[in-house]
Design a protein around this ligand. Structure first.
Ligand SMILES: [Zn+2]
Length: 220
């Protein structure tokens, strides 16, 4: 029986009978996994706090034939603050659902795990404006999933330049000559600068970004 030491964040779960739960956990080292948490819904279970959605725990796991099982776990962060208001909770659910959508079992996703953990942390602390945090999370997640938008060269012909169009289908800026391609929308150059900043700036430094709200409506 091989033992795995890792950290994980609970994305969702399914209750089984009265006491058990199958968790979907995004882990630091093993990608997204299914974990059978036996007895975790019993009031005195030592697993109880680590088996809620958003729970971030140190985990010691072993692999069974169908699921991973918990040998031991220690809750590091429950992100309880996220449950105190509906807006934070709904954004947290959205962040988790996006991470669930772009990850797969046996896929290396340490960076996505870390991004989600940071996004939930700063969402719970309310130190970063919600719109900035959300846009940054979305664009960084695209990047980490292999869909980094092209923001410096025309996504169709590769030309350099100043861009006023963005092509949603191709995922990047598009030059005036190529702008007849389907899926092209006009983009404010300030929005483009914002996207570039959000892509490279660490989540922890996002609270220093100053933008005006008119750009932000477009970025959303
Ligand atoms: Zn072009």
């Amino acid at each position: 029986m091989s033992i795995i030491n890792t950290q994980g964040l609970v994305l969702k779960y399914t209750n089984i009978n009265d006491a058990d739960r199958i968790l979907t956990i995004l882990t630091r080292d093993k990608g997204k996994i299914k974990v059978f948490a036996k007895g975790c819904r019993r009031p005195k279970s030592r697993l109880i706090s680590s088996c809620e959605v958003f729970a971030f725990s140190d985990l010691i796991l072993y692999k069974g034939s169908n699921f991973y099982h918990i040998n031991n776990c220690e809750l590091r962060e429950s992100f309880y603050e996220l449950r105190k208001d509906l807006l934070s909770l709904s954004y947290a659910v959205y962040f988790v659902e996006l991470a669930d959508t772009v990850t797969d079992e046996d896929m290396y996703c340490k960076n996505i795990f870390l991004l989600l953990a940071k996004a939930l942390y700063y969402l719970s602390k309310k130190e970063i404006p919600l719109g900035i945090l959300t846009n940054a999370y979305q664009i960084k997640l695209l990047d980490l999933s292999g869909f980094r938008p092209s923001l410096k060269r025309c996504v169709s012909c590769g030309e350099d330049g100043n861009f006023t169009f963005f092509n949603i289908n191709l995922g990047g800026v598009i030059c005036d000559n190529c702008s007849k391609e389907g899926g092209t929308i006009r983009i404010n150059p300030k929005t483009l600068e914002l996207f570039k900043t959000l892509l490279i700036k660490p989540v922890s430094r996002l609270n220093s970004i100053k933008i005006d709200n008119t750009i932000f409506i477009e970025a959303d």
